[in-house]
Design a protein around this ligand. Structure first.
Ligand code: G5P
Ligand code: MG
Length: 214
């Protein structure tokens, strides 16, 4: 049976970390709109140049751009066995467009995994996050044996902090989340597809909890 998940929650809650694990658990692709945009930034495309300014300010990239991007990605044959959508939808407009895309693709069954962690812990996690610029692996200074500028344990590339993990940008991302994104969960509550997960445990505990609920 196909597994189709939408990982929903504030910045830094662990969506990317769990998406990577669940993608391995279920053998389905991880589709992160943030990763797609960061790849466009690295490649220096027109989209990347436009997105970089918005991302560094902690704002949202316009809906029409994001919707077209996700429509294209979900139409690809690699998603026929399911997918994990991470970071989309983030506005009511995007959620409604996703419903239309699902209808086009005859997708009926899916779950929204709604992660909850308080803002204080989010700020702490993002302050301590490092990523691999090559493979996108996610680490944390508090519980992984890594250093800023030090080697990625998996591929050896020098680990970096994301540009949007600066404190002022994190505060703005959280503000945008509470004002614009969080209300979208109601749209899905009305459809009875939301599973709420306490994201405060360890990565393994949270992963087990999600798989049990599924
Ligand atoms: P992104 O890239 O989608 P955000 O802000 O939604 O960015 P982010 O920051 O990537 O989310 P995350 O994926 O939820 O956070 O968290 P993570 O990276 O897995 O984990 C964060 C830290 O916590 C890591 O250090 C990790 O090790 C640790 N951690 C993870 N899980 C656990 C756990 O269970 N326990 C503990 N103790 N620690 C844990 O979007 C970026 C920008 O792109 C644009 C926007 O500008 C956005 O700001 N964008 C869009 N714009 C419009 N519409 C869209 N749909 C857009 N999508 C992206
Ligand atoms: Mg992420």
């Amino acid at each position: 049976m196909e597994t189709r998940l939408i990982l929903f929650g504030p910045p830094g809650v662990g969506k990317g970390t769990q998406a990577k694990l669940l993608a391995e658990n279920f053998g389905i692709p991880h589709i992160s709109t943030g990763d797609i945009l960061r790849a466009a930034v690295t490649a220096g495309t027109v989209l990347g140049m436009k997105a970089k300014v918005i991302m560094d300010a902690g704002k949202l990239v316009p809906d029409d751009i994001m919707i077209n991007l996700v429509r294209e990605t979900l139409a690809s044959p690699r998603t026929t066995k399911g997918f994990i959508l991470d970071g989309f939808p983030r506005t009511l407009e995007q959620a409604k467009a996703l419903s239309a895309i699902f209808k086009e693709l005859k997708i009926v069954r899916f779950h929204v995994v709604n992660f909850e962690v308080d803002d204080e812990e989010i700020i702490r996690r993002l302050d301590n996050r490092l990523i691999c610029p090559k493979e996108g692996k996610i680490y944390n200074l508090e519980f992984d044996a890594v250093n800023k500028g030090g080697p990625c344990p998996s591929c050896g590339a020098a680990l970096i902090q994301r540009d949007d993990d600066r404190p002022a940008t994190v505060r703005e991302r959280l503000r945008v989340y509470h004002a614009t994104t969080k209300p979208v969960v109601e749209f899905y509550r009305q459809q009875g597809v939301v599973m709420t997960i306490d994201g405060t445990g360890t990565v393994d505990v949270v992963n087990r909890e999600i798989r049990m609920m599924l």
